[in-house]
Design a binder for this molecule. Sequence first.
Ligand SMILES: C[S@@+](CC[C@H](N)C(=O)[O-])C[C@H]1O[C@@H](n2cnc3c(N)ncnc32)[C@H](O)[C@@H]1O
Length: 204
Amino acid sequence: MSKKDHWESVYKEKSAIEVSWYQKEPTISLSLIRSLPLEKDEYVIDVGGGFSTLADYLLEDGYNNITVLDLSSNALAFSKKRLGGKADLINWKVEDVTNHAPGQNYSLWHDRAVFHFLTEKNDREKYKKVLETSVRDGGYVIIATFSIGGPKKCSGLDIVQYDAEKLQKELGGSFKLIEELSEKHITPRGKEQLFGYYVFTKNA
Ligand SMILES: C[S@@+](CC[C@H](N)C(=O)[O-])C[C@H]1O[C@@H](n2cnc3c(N)ncnc32)[C@H](O)[C@@H]1O
């Protein structure tokens, strides 16, 4: 099964509150984003946004150049439905993040639990190239992954666990780690999952 087919079927078969990564509110992402010196008209993107309500909160906070990208059209269709009339305020992209070619530079790149699915070096290299070309100098990158010691799989797929040092090494010298936080995420079935959130800035 291709990656796209996998994710389309996950979102066809499960509701938002059944998936293990479900969060009622993306609390840590929001607090990290709210601490950054961003203007509301700057370009922001949530890659692999899935069912996440992050975009809803960003809209409420006044951001007006939001993109949500995901491999799964089913996931984005659900999020559009949830947002109703406000969905038109968001730029939706059904795409593999490793092939993303934006027409502008993002000031904020947010990725919760997507990069860690890239188990092939070639895919990680492609992701890194996309980051380097699509985030503006001085822009911010927030990546949340399963931590070392956390789960080894998500949605039945192998993942790569990270800590700050390993992720910094992976992203290379164009990005500098400025903050990290950890989270014990509790899944809807009551399981604990150890996540790390890493904030980088792109070297000016
Ligand atoms: C574990 S879910 C996390 C969803 C969301 N970020 C959240 O925190 O609720 C991973 C998401 O990444 C998407 N995804 C996986 N691989 C992707 C890729 N190569 N390009 C774009 N999206 C991808 C999946 O469709 C899924 O929605």
